[in-house]
Design a protein around this ligand. Sequence first.
Ligand code: SF4
Length: 238
Amino acid sequence: MTTTASTTNLPIAETFASIQGEGKLTGVPSWFIRVAGCNLRCTWCDTPYTSWSPQGASRTVDDLVEEALTSGLKHAVLTGGEPMLFPAIAPLAERLSAAGMHTTMETAGTVDQDLRVDLMSLSPKLSNSTPSQRQDGKFAAEHEARRINTPVLQELLRRGEDVQLKFVVQYPSDLREIEALLKTLHDWNPGDVLLMPQGYQGEPSEALRKLLVSACLSHGWRYCDRLHIRLFGNTRGT
Ligand code: SF4
């Protein structure tokens, strides 16, 4: 894991313009800033170049703000990796917002920084993410200990202008985990909860899609697709 206490620089894996593919703002043209570095190692991570093998270059907040504004886009998405690991994410979010960009923070909600954004997008990781079968399971215990931090999740829910809770679902038992976690949290509405079928190894099965549809219908939750994969394939920079 790459970490830095810098308040002026961030390790950046990539920046790019694309269409937001997940969540409440699906379809919105956006400028993405993706940090390199994560405190988790999800077994199905779709950006392993930010987690299992972080690759990136140090860039300044000044540089990132200028580039984002030059894009001409109105929405900025701070993602990773785990952006909240890096103190410089707070001034970056603040300056993008002050410049008039709508700002989304994509975080697993395990660590906090003192910042406010327009959309706090939380993706708490369920037990299906634990890498028990990868690299002889040597990261499994650490991942398991870190993946849910209820006080941080609650604080971020409280602070977001708008919030969403995105869950990657793989097994029927995941739904019980979601229900149990949601019972410990407040400051959310059913329409803030989005279920995304686990799709790391290709299209989710029909049975999994039906499971999610049924759960959404019975709880008032939302089904979350991955529009960017449909539009561009599973490629970097999209
Ligand atoms: S939290 Fe996100 S970036 Fe980190 S390992 Fe999990 S899926 Fe990958």
